[in-house]
Design a protein around this ligand. Structure first.
Ligand code: NAI
Length: 696
C-alpha cells in the first residue's frame, strides 16, 4: 500500500527533485515523512554523487539490483594496456593528502564530497536552481535564505532579463559563438530558465543553439568544454557499455547519438560531435516538450581521421584513427543493445553519421528498434513537407499534383538519397504513378555529374541510387556525367534541390534557367552550414526576379527580385519541424519502430497547418515560433499512424476511438504530455503532501 502510494507520489511535482532519497530522508522539514534515518535532508549531496572524486576510498553507494548481471562486467580488471594506464592515473586519497600544503582531516574530505550545505548545493545544481526565483518559504526551508539577493523575480522576469542580454549581443553584432556561450553558461546555472528562454524565443535561438552556430562550437569543442553532459562510449568500452549506462542518473526517453564523422557538413570532428547531440536534444526539449531530465546525448568515440584534431594537444577524444569494418559495427551493436537493455522504450535518433555507415546502421536497426536517422529520414520528411507546401503556393489544391513535378537532386549522399526516396514514394502514393513511372520524375547528380544507367556504382554505399540510375537511361542529349546546367535545361525540371555541400553550385546561369522555364521555380539549397549552401536567398531572388519558391537548410533573409522588387520568402526547411513531433508521437503511441508512413504523415501534418495568408506570402512551412503546437500536431498524426499499423498501445487506441474528427482528445493528450519549463514548487507542508498522496 505504502509502496503504491510512493510510486504514485513520484508523479507529483516534487518528482522534479529527482531522487527518491529526497523523499525518504526528510522529516518535519516539509518533505516526505515516510522514513528517516537522518535529521537533516542532506540528500542532494548523494543525488549529485559527490563521492565520485575518490571512488576507491569512500563508501560505495547501494547498487541497483537490476545491475547485478553486470557487476562482473563493471568490476572486472581493465582489459587493455591503454585502459590499465588510464586506471593508473587515478591517484589514491593517501597520495592526494600527501600533496596538500597543510594537514587535512578526514572530516574535511567528507565535507568536500558528501555533506555540503543543502542551500549552496541547490544553487549550484542547474536542475534545481531558481536563482532569485526561490520564494520566501523555499528560501527558508531549502537553506537558501541569504544566499541569493533579497528580491524575488519570476521566471518570466528572469527570462526577459537574459533575453535583453541576447538582444544587446545581437545588435552589437557579437559573434554568434559568443551568444552560444552565453546560453551554455545559463544552462550550466539554471536549466529551467534556459529552456524557458529557448522555448519563448525558439525562432531566433534555434540557430544559435543548433545549426549553424553549433558547427562553430563543435570545431573547438574541446576548448569550450566546461561541464560534463551526456555520455561518451569509446572503442575501449566494448564489453562495458551495459554497466556504463547505469552511470547515467535516471530514466531516459530519447537518445541522440552521433559518431562525429560528418558533423553538419563540416566533416569528421570525432568526439567534438557531442556538441551536436546536446544541441539537438535542446531542440527536442524546447520544440517537442521532452523532459530535459529524460534525454541522453551520446557521442560514440571510435577515433577520428581528422589530422588537425589528432595533432591538437587539447583534443579530448581518443587519439586514434577511426575504427572501420567489423570493429566499428561491434561498437554500434553493443551500444544499441546496452541502451535497449537499460531503457527498453527509449527512442534512439542517429545524427551526423557519414553516409557510408548511416544507411547501413539504419537498415540494420530500423525494424527491431525504435530508432530513426534524422539526416536521412527527418530531412526527407521536412523536404516533402516543403514540397507539399510549395504545391500550395503554386496554387495546387491537391497533393496529387506532386506527379507533375520534375526534380533535379544535386547530391547522392545520405541526405540527398533519403529525400529522393521519400519524394519518390510520395509521387507514387499521392501522385498515383507507378514506381517505374515515378523514377522518370527524378534526375540525380553527384560530384561526377548526372547519374545514369551507365554509371558504375559502389556497393553498398550507393545502393539507394541504383533504381534511379537504372531508370535514367543515358542519351546523347543527357549523357552520364552531364553538367547541372545541361540537366536543368534539358530536363525542363520544376524543382532544383541541393544536398551536395558545395557552396555556389547553383550558379546564376542555373538559377536564371530555372526562372525562365518555370513561373514559380522550386529552389531548395539544403546544405548546411550556411557556408555550404548551394546558393543564397539573394542569388535565387535576383536570378528569378523574386518568383522562386525558396527553402534552405540554414537560415537566410527574405530577398527581393532585381527587376520588380518582388519579395521572395526565404523559407527554412528546418528538420525541427519534424523530429520533435515525430519523436513525441512515437513515444506516446508506444510504437516499437518508426515506419516510413509515420514520416509521410508528419510531412502532411505540417503542410496542413499553413494558413491562406501564409500561402499567399510564399510560406511553405508554418511559423517556427509555433513549434510546440506544430510538434503536437505532428505527434497526433504519428500516433494515429501507429494505431493504423497496430503499433499503438491500448490506452491510446481508446482515445482515438472516442475522439472527434479534429482529434481534439488526442491533441489534448499530447499537449498534456509536453514538458513545460517552469519552476515547480519544491516545498510543501507535510499535511498537504499526505492529503495529495491520499487523494491521488
Ligand atoms: P554527403 O557528403 O554524404 O553527400 C554529398 C553528396 O554530394 C555526394 O553524393 C557528392 O558526390 C555530392 N556532390 C559533391 N559535389 C557535387 C557537385 N558538384 N554536384 C552535385 N553533387 C555533388 O553528405 P550528406 O550527409 O548527404 O549531406 C549533404 C548536405 O545536406 C550537408 O551539407 C548537410 O548539412 C545537408 N543536410 C541538410 C539537412 C536539412 O536541410 N535539413 C539535414 C541533413 C543534411
Amino acid at each position: 500500500m505504502m509502496r503504491a502510494a510512493l510510486r504514485r507520489f513520484s508523479a507529483l511535482p516534487l518528482r522534479r527533485l529527482g531522487d527518491k532519497r529526497w523523499h525518504s530522508s526528510a522529516n518535519d522539514d516539509g518533505f516526505d515523512a515516510t522514513s528517516s534515518s537522518k535529521a537533516q535532508p542532506t540528500l542532494i549531496s548523494e543525488a549529485i554523487d559527490g563521492f565520485s572524486v575518490f571512488p576507491q576510498e569512500l563508501p560505495t553507494r547501494a547498487r541497483d539490483p537490476s545491475r547485478d548481471d553486470f557487476i562482473n562486467d563493471a568490476t572486472s580488471p581493465p582489459r587493455t594496456r591503454e585502459q590499465q594506464m588510464e586506471f593508473d592515473k587515478h591517484e589514491s586519497l593517501r597520495d592526494w593528502l600527501g600533496r596538500q600544503s597543510r594537514k587535512r582531516s578526514v572530516d574535511e574530505i567528507v565535507v568536500l564530497t558528501g555533506n555540503m550545505h543543502r542551500g549552496s548545493e541547490i544553487l549550484h545544481n542547474a536542475v534545481y536552481n531558481k536563482g532569485t526565483g526561490f520564494n520566501h518559504s523555499e528560501r527558508e526551508r531549502l537553506g537558501v535564505r541569504g544566499l541569493v539577493p533579497p528580491r524575488f523575480f519570476s521566471i518570466e522576469q528572469q527570462a526577459e532579463k537574459i533575453w535583453q542580454q541576447q538582444v544587446v549581443m545581437r545588435e552589437s553584432n557579437a559573434p554568434k559563438i559568443a551568444r552560444w556561450r552565453h546560453l551554455q553558461a545559463l544552462k550550466d546555472r539554471n536549466e529551467t530558465l534556459f529552456y524557458r528562454l529557448l522555448q519563448t524565443h525558439v525562432e531566433e535561438l534555434a540557430p544559435v543553439i543548433y545549426t549553424p552556430t553549433v558547427g562553430e562550437a563543435c570545431l573547438n569543442y574541446s576548448r569550450f568544454f566546461r561541464r560534463a553532459r551526456g555520455m561518451f562510449f569509446t572503442k575501449d568500452d566494448v564489453g562495458h557499455m551495459h554497466s556504463m549506462t547505469y552511470n547515467w542518473r535516471g530514466d531516459v526517453k530519447i537518445v541522440v547519438v552521433t559518431d562525429g564523422s560528418r558533423v553538419l557538413g563540416l566533416g569528421d570532428l570525432g568526439a567534438h560531435g557531442m556538441g551536436i547531440s546536446i544541441g539537438k536534444l535542446d531542440l527536442y526539449v524546447a520544440g517537442g516538450g521532452f523532459d530535459p531530465q529524460e534525454v541522453l546525448p551520446v557521442c560514440l568515440d571510435v577515433g577520428t581521421n581528422n589530422k588537425s584534431l589528432l595533432n591538437d594537444k587539447w583534443y579530448f577524444g581518443l587519439n586514434s584513427q577511426r575504427l572501420e569494418g567489423g570493429d566499428y559495427y561491434r561498437v554500434i551493436d553493443e551500444f544499441m543493445r546496452a541502451i535497449r537493455h537499460r531503457w527498453p522504450n527509449a527512442l534512439i535518433q542517429f545524427e551526423d553519421f557519414q553516409t557510408k555507415h548511416a544507411l547501413e546502421i539504419l537498415t540494420n536497426y530500423r525494424n527491431d528498434y525504435l530508432c530513426f536517422n534524422d539526416d536521412i529520414q527527418g530531412t526527407a520528411a521536412v523536404v516533402l513537407a516543403g514540397v507539399y507546401g510549395a504545391l500550395k503556393v503554386l496554387g495546387g489544391k491537391e497533393r496529387s499534383e506532386i506527379r507533375k513535378q520534375k526534380f533535379v537532386m544535386c547530391g547522392a549522399g545520405s541526405a540527398g538519397m533519403g529525400i529522393v526516396a521519400m519524394l519518390h514514394k510520395a509521387v507514387v502514393k499521392s501522385g498515383g504513378l507507378s514506381e517505374e513511372e515515378a523514377y522518370d520524375n527524378f534526375y540525380i547528380m553527384d560530384n561526377n555529374g548526372l547519374i545514369t544507367n551507365e554509371r558504375k556504382l559502389e556497393f553498398p554505399r550507393e545502393a539507394a541510387v541504383e533504381p534511379f540510375a537504372k531508370a535514367r537511361k543515358a542519351t546523347k542529349e543527357l549523357p552520364d556525367g552531364a553538367s547541372l546546367l545541361d540537366v536543368v535545361t534539358k530536363s525542363k525540371c520544376t524543382a532544383l534541390l541541393g544536398a551536395s555541400t558545395v557552396n555556389g553550385l547553383f550558379t546564376e546561369d542555373v538559377l536564371r534557367q530555372m526562372g525562365e522555364q518555370n513561373e514559380r521555380p522550386i529552389i531548395f539549397p539544403l546544405s548546411n552550414p550556411t557556408s555550404n549552401a548551394e546558393c543564397t536567398s539573394e542569388e535565387a531572388a535576383k536570378a528569378t526576379d523574386g518568383r522562386a519558391v525558396f527553402s534552405s537548410g540554414s537560415p537566410f533573409e527574405d530577398a527581393k527580385g532585381a527587376v520588380s522588387g518582388r519579395l521572395m520568402r526565404a523559407n527554412q526547411g528546418n528538420n525541427l519541424y519534424i523530429f520533435p513531433g515525430l519523436g513525441l508521437g512515437a513515444l506516446l503511441s508506444g510504437a516499437k519502430t518508426i515506419s516510413e508512413e509515420m514520416l509521410v504523415s508528419s510531412a502532411k501534418a505540417i503542410s496542413d497547418m499553413l494558413t491562406e495568408d501564409q500561402i499567399r506570402r510564399g510560406c511553405i512551412f508554418p511559423l517556427i515560433k509555433e513549434i510546440r503546437n506544430i510538434s503536437a500536431r505532428v505527434a497526433v498524426r504519428v500516433i494515429k499512424q501507429a494505431a493504423e499499423e497496430g503499433q499503438a498501445k491500448r490506452s491510446v487506441v481508446a482515445i482515438i476511438e472516442s475522439d472527434d474528427e479534429h482529434d481534439t482528445k488526442l491533441y489534448k493528450y499530447v499537449k498534456r504530455a509536453q514538458y513545460v519549463p517552469e519552476y515547480r514548487p519544491t516545498v510543501f507542508p507535510v499535511e498537504e503532501i499526505r492529503r495529495t498522496v491520499d487523494d491521488y
